[in-house]
Design a protein around this ligand. Structure first.
Ligand code: ATP
Ligand code: MG
Length: 310
């Protein structure tokens, strides 16, 4: 089509930087590219890459200790094991995702990327096969202040930065801090789907209601951002309150409510050692519960009840 500027998308397989190249500027025999960001040369088959958008999900609730990081890390690890390419973004100044995966956290992380001081290959850490971590940490307190000072422009910069690295991934999962602040609000402006972990106790349920009100006040909730999964955590079938709260959630929110994640000391202990539930025995409670969540999120069929497998 003469006169139409046709661009094609080329993604560096090493660092994920995406290039939009005018098709008529590529000489006919070119079969490789060199990435300007990481200097890697890679082959190109001459085919157009379909524009790919990852699913973007935040694991969020403005209440501490409900299992946000635990859910983000295990969901990310499970999706990667299922064959998806996953980016886990740690948007919490506490920065515990790296330790939960047993990897060292380089300085800079998300802050360095947004500030334009570091490139994707300097900040992304390969934590497991197909699972990449964009670490958080103390520097995010500075980022929080910058975004707060810039308002919507700051939110847009954050979204653009993440959009610049998301191209090679099937999923971008973002673990947020328990604070309702400019950084969390910026992340909620970037993602399209929301996962809310709720620990099955009264205070957490109150926090859930308040969080929905905060989202509604921002005017985006239900439009660009949809609540997709409520993940009941710290479930203990021996405790009446735990069972009652779970059932009430099921009655009100129906299919949005996922199968509960049991309270599991082995999970917590191993998280402290940098192991996800998928590094544990197949029979471990936490592993089975998070495997069910991975299947629900990815739309994979549920596992048959134990004893029928194989
Ligand atoms: N299902 C579970 N069973 C037992 N312990 C758990 C479970 N889920 C999380 N924990 C433990 O509870 C603590 C809090 O979990 P986590 O850090 O995931 O919560 P969080 O919502 O991210 O907290 P914060 O708001 O402080 O970031 C951690 O020590 C974690 O190991
Ligand atoms: Mg956390």
């Amino acid at each position: 089509m003469a006169g139409v500027d046709v661009s094609i998308l080329i993604t560096c397989p090493r660092c994920g930087t995406r290039y939009s190249v005018a098709k008529n500027k590529i000489p006919p025999r070119v079969r490789s590219f060199r990435c300007k960001a990481c200097s890697t040369s890679f082959p190109w088959e001459g085919k157009e890459e379909p524009g790919r958008e990852p699913r973007r999900l935040a694991i969020s609730l403005s209440k501490a200790g409900v299992g946000k990081t635990t859910t983000a890390v295990n969901l990310a690890a499970g999706l990667a094991l299922a064959g998806f390419s996953v980016l886990l973004v740690d948007a919490d100044p506490a920065g515990r995702a790296a330790a939960s995966l047993g990897v060292a956290r380089p300085e800079g992380g998300l802050f360095g990327l947004v500030a334009g001081e570091l490139s994707p290959e300097q900040v992304l850490v390969e934590a497991r096969e197909r699972l990449w971590l964009l670490p958080g940490g103390h520097s995010l307190s500075g980022l929080r202040r910058i975004i707060a000072g810039q308002g919507r422009a700051g939110e847009a910069t954050l979204a653009q930065t993440l959009a610049g690295v998301e191209g090679r991934f099937d999923y971008v999962l973002v673990d947020t801090s328990p604070d309702w602040d400019a950084l969390t609000i910026g992340i909620l402006a970037y993602v399209r789907e929301l996962i809310i972990p709720v620990s099955l106790e009264v205070m957490s349920v109150q926090g859930f209601g308040e969080f929905l009100q905060l989202l509604e006040a921002r005017g985006r909730y239900g439009k660009e951002l949809r609540l997709k999964y409520i993940v009941p955590t710290f479930y203990d079938p021996r405790i009446r309150k735990s069972v009652d709260i779970y059932e009430k959630f099921r009655n009100v929110y129906g299919e949005l409510v996922c199968a509960p994640i049991a309270c599991d000391g082995e999970l917590a202990e191993n998280q402290g050692l940098g192991k996800t539930v998928f590094d544990l025995d197949r029979e471990s409670r936490g592993r089975q519960d998070y495997e069910a969540l991975v299947r629900k999120v990815a739309g994979l069929p549920p596992l048959p009840p134990s004893g029928e497998a194989g």
